[in-house]
Design a protein around this ligand. Structure first.
Ligand SMILES: [Zn+2]
Length: 129
């Protein structure tokens, strides 16, 4: 029997590189023992208000969604097609779509802003960590 496939993720609590079963949707970090979400998160419509959206996967803000949250931690990137107001820490590319409106501080390895997108302000730290 082959061992189950694993994927490498970075814990968003303590930044440890850990291996998790590829099919797992949540895990607990072996370094800091906190629970982490591995699934992609999507805010689909309406106002998504929470203090934190965090996952080792990707965070997507859909067209009709308005996400106002203190913190977004996304291990695999952020895609915004709606409204996002947050402090964003992304391990992957942040894509600000043509209909998107964003406000907040962004930290990501790369940033794509499509023509038509509105950036209302914030501090950007883009590039390899
Ligand atoms: Zn951890």
């Amino acid at each position: 029997m082959k061992p189950p496939p694993e994927r490498a993720v970075r814990c968003y609590h303590c930044s440890a590189e850990i291996a998790v079963p590829a099919a797992a949707r949540t895990a607990s970090c072996p370094a800091c023992y906190k629970g982490i979400v591995l699934d992609d998160l999507a805010v689909r419509e309406g106002a998504g208000m929470s203090s934190r959206l965090a996952t080792c996967g990707k965070v997507t803000i859909h067209k009709k969604a308005r996400a106002v949250t203190r913190h977004v931690e996304a291990g695999a990137g952020v895609e915004v097609d709606g409204v996002l107001e947050a402090k964003v820490n992304s391990g992957g590319t942040v894509v600000v779509g043509a209909k998107a409106r964003v406000k907040g501080d962004f930290s990501a390895p790369s940033l794509v802003v499509e023509e038509g997108a509105v950036i209302e302000g914030g501090f950007f730290r883009i590039g390899p960590a």
